[in-house]
Design a protein around this ligand. Structure first.
Ligand code: ADP
Ligand code: MG
Length: 495
């Protein structure tokens, strides 16, 4: 039985979730026309006669969109269908001038695959993928531009979407959230979608049902267009609670499409199954089936980078990084790239083995750097400290030029002023003092200046050694090498 407890439930219920993710394909032009697919242009500037559905216009398949769908399928270890068909899905909408959407129904380009969720503390779960099909996006109705009119922007009309359909394999809000996160990570790694949920280039329809222990799957409701990972989690929670309340009241669940309202924390009915459209799918007579060969698939495979799961395993197994640190580093491509560039530069600067330095670099990136970036509300792509500069700093700690304590101050300066570590250490005279002669002289001064404390120490108050260490550090502005100070101080105090 599931470990997720649905709030307010008297019996033992399981929530079941399946997701349909719409991901806008990264391509220069649209799925069936040469118009630009770029986001953010002036309304109706990226619209060809095909997108506007002028009579007699014919769609032409954009091979790049096919290639991106194939790459995505390969990244989730899916069956790639060398034969697929585009169908017309008929419905009327003001921002869909064709009166139908060209999509795929019976013969999608990608078949069954699998995605592994990272659930923290070493827990993982495999979630099945049903299929990925390609389809056109619709335009955008703008209801807020005029008091009595709705405007239509067709820039998005005809842009390629991948619809990634999961199996109903998830059983908690946490898993649903982890699934969306993982799909987004994979799409961003391979560059088939930018995954920007705030801009709508990736959005999820969340299907939710509940069932009592051991029962068959319950009736599902579909929550439309959820646009953040947090809302995916919240919507599942709210909807599962609603369904359980109905069942415990002796009611039945109507299969329907619902809208999640994050402000009110509730879902509302949009349309029921009875009102649902009959789309009258049929093969688009303007397009031939899509057929390609193994060479096309292998060429697409050759363009894939190291995928996040493989990278994580390598970080843990070959570099000895903790499971948690490796998960965080690989979750965003930019973080992983930064880490790897910094590790390479650190190895070069210190002459040490990657395995020896890897955990130090990981700790520094996830602790010092991420901490400072969070505080400054910056992403790693805008880090004022480069991977090479980070490596220079670690190398200065490694060869004893500065202590770990001083390094924190140096890093703050680097972060705020964009200057290199070496330059700051020189400029501020922060080099660690390891010269035994100089430290010995300071120790003698400190002991001479504190006869009372010395007497108490010698009378058995051992703890006072901390006082003397503190005095020496203060006199050297924190620059004395603590190891050297400790080694020299005790024999002198003991007399
Ligand atoms: P439709 O085209 O009507 O949306 P699909 O067969 O494409 O139907 O399924 C849509 C999604 O619903 C899939 O992601 C699937 O995993 C999910 N799903 C199917 N049955 C259930 C269920 N009982 N509970 C939760 N999710 C489900
Ligand atoms: Mg659906």
């Amino acid at each position: 039985m599931s470990t997720y407890i649905i709030q307010g439930a008297k019996d033992d219920y399981e929530v079941v979730i399946g997701l349909e993710i719409h991901a806008q394909v990264i391509s220069n032009s649209k799925l069936f026309s040469g118009a630009s697919a770029e986001f953010g242009a002036e309304p109706n500037h990226n619209v060809s006669l095909v997108d506007a559905a002028m009579p007699g216009m014919l769609p032409t398949i954009n091979a790049e969109c096919i290639r991106q769908a194939v790459r995505t399928g390969l990244a989730i270890e899916a069956q790639i269908n060398k034969y697929s068909v585009f169908d017309r899905k008929n419905y009327f909408y003001a921002d869909l001038p064709q009166g139908y959407q060209i999509s795929q129904f019976k013969y999608p380009i990608v078949g069954e695959g699998v995605v592994t969720l990272d659930l923290g503390e070493g827990r993982s779960k495999a979630v099945g993928i049903e299929r990925i099909h390609l389809e056109q996006d619709a335009g955008k109705s703008m209801h807020d531009q005029h008091p009595t009119k709705t405007f239509v922007d067709l820039n998005r009309c005809g842009v390629a979407l991948m619809e990634i359909v999961s199996k109903p394999d998830m059983t908690s809000p946490e898993e649903a959230g982890a699934y969306v996160t993982k799909i987004r990570t994979i799409l961003r790694y391979i560059g088939s979608c930018d995954g920007n949920m705030e801009q709508g280039s990736m959005r999820a329809d969340v299907n939710v049902s509940v069932r009592r222990a051991g029962e068959p799957l319950g009736t599902r409701c579909e929550l439309k267009n959820i646009n953040s990972v947090r809302f995916v989690r919240q919507s599942v929670e709210v909807e599962a609670r609603r369904q359980v309340a109905i069942l415990e009241d002796g009611g039945v669940i109507d299969q329907e499409t619902r809208l999640f309202d994050p402000v009110k924390g509730e879902t509302r009915s949009m349309r029921s199954k009875e009102e649902a459209h009959d789309y009258r799918y049929f093969p688009c007579p303007d397009l031939l089936p899509v057929i390609f060969d193994d060479a096309f698939i292998e060429a697409a495979r050759a363009t894939l980078p190291e995928l996040p799961d493989v990278k994580k395993a390598r970080l843990v197994e070959e570099l000895g990084i903790s499971d948690y640190n490796a998960s965080v580093l690989v979750a965003e491509k930019e973080s992983a790239n930064f880490f790897e560039a910094m590790l390479a530069a650190t190895v070069k600067a210190t002459g040490k083995d990657a395995k020896v330095m890897a955990s130090k670099v990981a700790n520094w990136v996830l602790g010092d750097l991420f901490g400072a970036l969070n505080k400054a509300s910056k992403g790693i792509a805008d880090s004022p400290v480069s991977a090479e500069q980070g490596a220079e700093l670690l190398a200065l700690i490694d060869d004893g030029t500065i202590s770990g304590r001083i390094a924190k101050d140096v890093f703050e300066e680097m972060f705020n002023r964009g200057k290199g570590a070496g330059a700051i250490v020189d400029e501020k005279g922060l080099k660690q003092v390891s010269d035994t002669g100089e430290i010995e002289r300071i120790i003698d001064e400190v002991i001479a200046a504190n006869p009372g404390q010395l007497e108490q120490y010698r009378a058995g108050k051992d703890k006072l050694i901390g006082f003397f260490v503190g005095q020496v550090m203060q006199k050297t502005g924190g620059k004395a090498n603590p190891g050297v100070v400790n080694g020299l101080l005790k024999p002198k105090l003991d007399g």
